[in-house]
Design a protein around this ligand. Structure first.
Ligand code: HEM
Length: 248
């Protein structure tokens, strides 16, 4: 059996952890600012249903805030506060998920409105981006409901929680990767359609869109790295350790 003591992070590993978490925040915020500048400055700004073209611009902004930045932080909460009261962290984790879901829902409403309310309405759900995007949001919502019932509902026993946890962690990380892939496709579609003649000439808008994509890849890669390192995991509570021993 692998003991937690033998895998406790050394002080240099803890320093690296802190710097990497700060880097994720910095890159995540840069991504949010870049998508806001892209839509706000290069694509005409934001409006709600009065102007469907400008309503679209909320879509990328809210999807990046919700499905990358807030969702990424929800995943990291367990690692960052791993020595604090577990119930508080569970509540923080669940609240960050809910905020992510609210942003994602408004972002989706914006894109559907922008198609349906346009003078010449556009078809819905034809692209790979939209198919993977919808799958991602459905999986994300299901993961939230299953996670809420399994880990916050007091009647569910520790044994079942322990068995479900690896699946919860796996799907949590997989869904974040799907969100990243969806964003990359959305960014590419938007860049090509907005600059049909100029994208290949490397205009400022095109460079900004490409850098945004690279930053999202960096954020998600760092989060996957931090989540997969054993040293940064939360040590099991005495109750969980007891269960582990009696299972063997
Ligand atoms: C995880 C994040 C995202 C999800 C879940 C998502 C989901 C969707 C969905 C479901 C649609 C279809 C709407 C309809 O058919 O009426 C759509 C459309 C679109 N999205 Fe996203 N999106 C995400 C991020 C982005 C980003 C970052 C961009 C960047 C600009 C973007 C650009 C577009 C574009 C251009 C369309 C219209 C064309 C199409 O239907 O493919 N999306 N998105």
């Amino acid at each position: 059996m692998e003991s937690f003591e033998s895998h406790q992070a050394s002080s240099s590993e803890m320093r690296a952890f802190t710097w990497l978490v700060l880097l994720v925040q910095l890159l995540g915020l840069s991504g949010v600012i870049m998508v806001a500048v892209w839509m706000g400055h290069f694509r005409g700004g934001f409006a709600w249903q009065s102007n469907p073209d400008l309503e679209f611009n909320y879509h990328p902004l809210f999807m990046v805030i919700g499905m990358i930045f807030l969702y990424g932080d929800a995943i990291l909460a367990y690692r960052v506060f791993r020595n604090d009261n577990k119930l508080y962290i569970k509540i923080l984790h669940a609240c960050l998920h809910v905020s992510a879901l609210i942003f994602a829902s408004v972002g989706l409403k914006a894109v559907f409105d922008s198609h349906n309310l346009a003078k010449d309405p556009k078809p819905n759900l034809y692209s790979l981006h939209s198919w993977l995007g919808l799958t991602t949001v459905i999986l994300f919502s299901s993961q939230w409901v299953i996670g809420f019932v399994s880990f916050l509902w007091p009647k569910v026993g520790m044994g079942l929680r322990r068995r479900l946890m690896p699946y919860h962690v796996f799907f949590g990380v997989a869904i974040l990767c799907f969100a990243c892939a969806t964003c990359l496709m959305g960014i590419t579609e938007k860049a090509i359609w907005s600059m049909p003649k100029d994208y290949s000439k490397k205009p400022a808008e095109g460079i900004l869109a490409n850098c945004l994509g690279l930053i999202l890849v960096a954020v998600v890669t760092l989060i996957v790295y931090l989540v997969s390192r054993f040293e940064y995991k939360r040590p099991p509570s005495p109750e969980e350790e007891h269960l582990q021993i009696s299972d063997e």
